[in-house]
Design a protein around this ligand. Sequence first.
Ligand code: ATP
Length: 157
Amino acid sequence: MLREFSSGALVLRHRQKQWWVAVIEPGREGEPDDRKDVVALPKGNVDAGETPAETALREVCEETGLNATLVTKLGDIKYVYTRKWAGNEKVFKIVSFFLTRYQSGRINDITEAMRHEVRRAYWMLLFEAPGKLSYNGERKMAEKALEYVKAHADELA
Ligand code: ATP
């Protein structure tokens, strides 16, 4: 089976006394609208010569318009999907997720080129993310982020 390695992040921001997380609506030009209602975390392929943490921060910047700083690694998720556009090949995918913190930038301020991959990026309340993200593995990462925030409330404030 083909294998793919990606890396992504939860970008947290404390505002109005609440924690928010940056999410995206993925979408790709030429792809049918079957991902229209998907809400996901920013992520992408680990390029040659890049560490997974570097990939996560680069993808955050490209897909959300935000600059973030690394806090900690949260974990890996795994899934299998079928490449419908390439002979129905099956792909086993591992995605590493990092907890990061907002530093600068305006959400959804992304290049035209990225619009082919991201319909929209926006802030979601972190406590709602485990119920609103589309994929089970990403929901679990949001739960982990909530636990981290509770356990480290003093140092993050
Ligand atoms: P990347 O963002 O890593 O560059 P991509 O857009 O090429 O990736 P995926 O986001 O992995 O690819 O999407 C490929 C297929 O897997 C799609 O059908 C998508 O709906 C599905 N998929 C994406 N994330 C998950 C997940 N966490 N769990 C299960 N299926 C997923």
